[in-house]
Write a protein that binds this ligand. Structure first.
Ligand code: 5GP
Ligand code: MN
Length: 336
């Protein structure tokens, strides 16, 4: 049993006793958080609940195919609706994040101060136990979507709860969080879950075409620019990073999601074990970290960059200027 039966019963009771339920993803949403929100939306709809879906800021266009059937609030645009979704609800379910900080500066205060019961379903290290009433956390699984599958299966006493919408959403999270089944997927169970999803309506080829093969021309040219003009390699230190200024992003008419996957190219080089992407955003510099083998980028992001994540994929940010961040990161690479 993945979780104590008492937790499953507690979750069931919380759902049964609630008429309105709010589902919330993390800021800068990825396929896993969006997939989990969408899957749980479709599951709870079958239970005739009134659902509010809160996405803290805009998501990349390649995730629209699941969100088009899920009425939702974009917190950064619909601030009043977002606040109401957290205050006028019976239950809040948080998906794919371990810290209230991950819903963004604006919403975290409303999430913390909301007196409603909060359930967390997540696969990141060290969830903030003090901020949630009930937690389903496991860091062995590939993704929150895989974990959500297990939780729902336990709630249904092992009976199938899948329909094509739920299956496709869960599959989206698993395939994106494993980089198309290339990391965090060394357990047989992931494939058993995927087999069940495919049995219940996922068109694998369709999902992969939408998620991985719908680049705009600008996005593809931005990728080329990153690799030819903005890649710094430190062979002696087995590290590489790509940096992008606001001007670079403007030049390629940057759209949300256009940098998704860029950081992984650092690791595609032989002998490189640490990769980073540094991007200058409106109010801060964002950093993404990836590693292969043993270097723990979660600890690295926590210690130096106000962030966190997983051992092999993490992120953080800085309010320093881009040039200074590049200098600091270079020193860190050359020092460790
Ligand atoms: P990405 O590089 O794809 O944005 O993020 C990789 C992983 O790091 C994700 O699992 C995400 O949860 C985590 N992550 C990204 N940015 C942050 C951050 O600012 N803070 C924390 N705690 N985790 C982050
Ligand atoms: Mn995830």
């Amino acid at each position: 049993m993945l979780f104590p039966n008492t937790d499953i019963i507690d979750f069931q009771n919380k759902i049964n006793e609630s008429q309105t339920i709010t589902l919330i993803s993390h800021f800068n949403p990825d396929g896993d958080t969006i997939g989990a929100v969408s899957a749980l939306f479709h599951y709870l709809k079958l239970k005739n609940k009134t659902l509010k879906v809160l996405i803290p800021n805009e998501y990349p266009s390649f995730l629209e195919f699941v969100m088009k059937d899920v009425p939702h609030i974009i917190g950064s645009k619909q601030t009043d609706d977002a606040k109401l979704a957290l205050s006028e609800t019976d239950l809040i379910i948080c998906l794919d994040f371990n810290s209230v900080k991950r819903v963004g500066d604006f919403l975290q205060e409303f999430l913390i101060t909301s007196t409603k019961s909060k359930v967390l379903i997540d696969h990141h290290l060290e969830p903030e136990v003090e901020n949630f009433n009930l937690i389903f956390s496991n860091i062995q699984v590939s993704s929150t979507c895989e974990l959500l599958y297990e939780v729902l299966l336990l709630m249904e006493n092992g009976n199938s709860f899948l329909n094509p919408n739920i299956s496709e959403s869960l599959y989206l999270g698993i395939c994106t969080d494993t980089g198309s089944f290339s990391f965090s997927c060394n357990h047989r169970r992931t494939y058993e879950v995927v087999a069940d999803l495919v049995d219940n309506g996922v068109d694998v080829e369709y999902v992969h075409q939408i998620v991985f093969n719908t680049y705009s021309e600008n996005r593809l040219r931005l990728l080329g620019f990153c690799l030819s003009e903005r890649l710094k390699v430190f062979p002696k230190h087995r590290a590489a990073f790509v940096y992008l200024s606001k001007n670079d992003l403007r030049r390629f008419n940057y759209q949300i999601g256009d940098c998704e996957g860029v950081v992984n190219f650092c690791l595609s080089m032989q002998g490189i074990e640490f990769g980073a992407l540094v991007t200058e955003r409106a109010d801060r510099v964002r950093l993404s970290f990836r590693s292969k083998f043993d270097f723990d980028v979660n600890l690295f992001a926590r210690k130096y960059w106000n962030g966190g994540g997983h051992k092999k994929a993490s992120g953080g940010y800085s309010f320093d200027k881009l040039e200074l961040v590049i200098e600091q990161l270079t020193t860190q690479i050359e020092t460790f």
